[in-house]
Design a protein around this ligand. Sequence first.
Ligand code: ASP
Length: 469
Amino acid sequence: MRTYSKDIKKEEGKEVILKGWVNSRRDHGKLIFIDLRDKEGLVQIVFSPEHAEALKKADTLRPEWVVEIKGVSVKRPEKLINTEMPSGTHEIQATSLEIYAESKTPPFDVTTDGKEIGEEHRMKYRYLDLRRPRMQENLRMRANIEKLIRDTFTEDGFFEVETPYISKSTPEGARDYLVPARLHPGKFYALPQSPQQYKQLLMVAGFEKYFQIVRCFRDEDTRGDRQPEFTQLDVEISFTDQEEILALIQKTCLTVAKTLYPEKHISTLDENGNVPRMTYKEATKTYNTDRPDIRKDKNDPNELAFVFVVDFPVFEWKESEKRWDAVHHPFTMPQVKDIEDFEKQFKKDPSAMLAFQYDIVLNGYEIAGGSIRIHDPNLLSRVFEVMGNKKEDIKDKFGHILEAFEYGVPPHGGFAMGLDRFVAILQNESTIREVFAFPKTGDGRDLLMNSPSDVSDTQLKELHIKTNK
Ligand code: ASP
């Protein structure tokens, strides 16, 4: 049976089998030392003349070769203990060596933190870049965060429902990725910018407490630290209100931070342990942004400054299209008593109408946001209308949800969290690309797989597509 590097202490005095990559090699006269790397870390292997054949083979080893080593786990003398390595109290005295695979000299060092290497170079050889401890740790912590979220939501009576990726356009304000429908010439699916409408339909369907760790797709222009596909923790609840949802967002953020990052300190909690709140108006007036960074010390990598921003306006004027648009999305509930009150407030000043909409900001980044939804189909149609949609377009684009709302829709609301950003902040990474296994460049290229790429004429023909390059 195979032993992992971290477990060699438990096997003291016994013969073990280890497998992994040669992290480094040092020759010390008659002895050869290897640091062997497996998914749990490093372990020191010693080859000595006592096992001449293994020693001779070890002499050929180079970094990143893949090997199997048999040997005895022994305790190191006190003064040779390596405190940097979790396995460092012990080492393996090799008795035999098998080489599974040789490796070309890697294009860069995979044992450093990689910050000295150009990012495009790292992306091209991502499978090597991911070998470095920093990247292993980022992805491992990401998995731990996702597991903790799944566990706490499941304990709280939520369950995860998968929604389609090949779907219809949803209005989150970005451009859609389109997928040609081969069986329906000239028609297209859209990859979801978020599962917004599906999760609302799940509320109509009676699930009441939904969550999903889900991929979202937005074809945005190259700006800032964005990825064409990214991951959200997506949540929706029936019979809820803003207070319940804010409490859930807070619980999610604090559980992750306190359980998995005990070394971090949350600097903004009030005397009751709650995340403070600020209205959109206060935030934009005092900080000139709706994502205020309220850290006390911006040089402290372990400070987490959470703040809620609430009471966003419902509408903003879109000068380029000369129409009112939703600040969040059109399903967001305005703070109105009823449809008459809506008309009254809209007539007076559309920009002054507030929404049951909220964000949570962490160190100046919006990490989650959501809203209570409009569940009255008449009010929802009216909102689509004042946003400049024609009656027939409303039916075409949103008829399905308006119709669903005529069959017993519970009041509902929810939020979505940008998991990539949350993980990046917790891992002290400055870009979300560092917490993706296979990220794309700022302009959407995958340098490893070399995409986007040309496709064959046959493929295009099957899809009824003519390109116009
Ligand atoms: N679907 C929204 C978004 O992606 C979040 C929500 O309102 O739940 O921003």
